[in-house]
Design a protein around this ligand. Structure first.
Ligand code: SAM
Length: 282
């Protein structure tokens, strides 16, 4: 398995033992491998970077989806860019009144996740409330006529096909696809080892939205500490939502979670000082 090249987590690698290779393919776009690891269960990697593990995916996907869903409170339509493993889609499907469009560039990721890691998508791909589009997310939002209340950018890191999903132009196109008060969430890597990505996203999103910040979660299979989700919206009230309001929405939604709680939601926005210091517009 190729480990991270210079540029992503330069000089740092997390090694997971490949107990058994379940599937490996060079798709048209990326090197896709699914393997078994005693600690994390089935693991999917793309171009040598861990994307999803059966054991800890719930942390990442719950925080990706329920934070914007419950902060907003009235989401009817959501867009996922990337997210081919189906984990984010599964979290959205927990809500009653939701329609989701998911745009991933690589059909193999979807098919192989369904086949070899079925618990991750949990049947979301067969749910009529989910529309799956196989396309480049960047091109898709440029041409889109529809509007969404929440857009989550569940992409690979900014290398290979995922690189365009970190561009200012793409963020601008996403913004024009949002309903009033809509929220964009990004996969923003691990600040400790990907500081420049955090700074770049802050700068690019900060030029477009009134409220831009990050929230954190520790994902055991990711390298270098807590990972950051980017948060961007023009509605400054979403981040001021009270604990009691979140608790009420959480209860009314009827969803069940294993990581997310309203308390965790609010606490995740508390940024350690060294990360706060990274957030200066360049
Ligand atoms: N948890 C993640 C991580 O660790 O980076 C992301 C998971 S998800 C599997 C990433 C998805 O982004 C993949 O399915 C990949 O095919 C998709 N992707 C990459 N570039 C894309 C693009 N330009 N448009 C749409 N999807 C893209």
């Amino acid at each position: 398995m190729r480990l991270f090249d210079e540029g992503l987590h330069s000089g740092v690698n997390l090694a997971l033992k490949v107990d058994e290779v379940i599937y490996r393919e060079q798709t048209e776009l990326q090197d896709l491998m699914i393997f078994e690891n005693k600690q994390f269960g089935r693991v999917m990697s793309l171009d040598g970077a861990i994307q999803t593990t059966e054991k800890d995916e719930f942390i990442y996907h719950e925080m990706f989806v329920h934070v914007p869903m419950l902060a907003h409170g009235r989401v009817r339509r959501a867009l996922i860019i990337g997210g081919g493993d189906g984990g984010a889609a599964r979290q959205f499907m927990k809500y009653q009144n939701i329609e989701v469009t998911m745009v991933d560039i690589d059909r193999s990721v979807v098919e192989l996740s369904k086949k070899y890691m079925p618990s991750v998508s949990g049947g979301a791909f067969d749910d009529p409330r989910l529309e799956l589009v196989i396309a480049d997310g960047c091109k898709y939002v440029k041409d889109a006529k529809q509007r969404w209340d929440v857009i989550i950018i569940d992409s690979t890191d900014p290398h290979g096909p995922g690189e365009v999903l970190y561009s200012e132009e793409f963020y601008r196109d996403c913004k024009s696809c949002l309903t009033a008060g809509g929220i964009i969430i990004t996969q923003n890597g691990v600040p400790y080892v990907q500081e420049s990505e955090l700074r770049t996203s802050y700068d690019r999103l900060g030029g477009l939205f009134r409220d831009v910040s990050f929230y954190l979660a520790a994902i055991p299979s990711y390298v270098g500490g807590v990972m950051a989700f980017g948060w961007a919206t023009d509605d400054t009230d979403h981040r001021k939502v009270s604990l009691s309001k979140l608790a009420e929405r959480y209860m009314e939604s009827g969803i069940t979670t294993d990581y997310y709680t309203p308390e965790v939601h609010l606490a995740a926005f508390a940024l350690p000082l060294h990360i706060q210091k990274m957030l200066t517009r360049q």
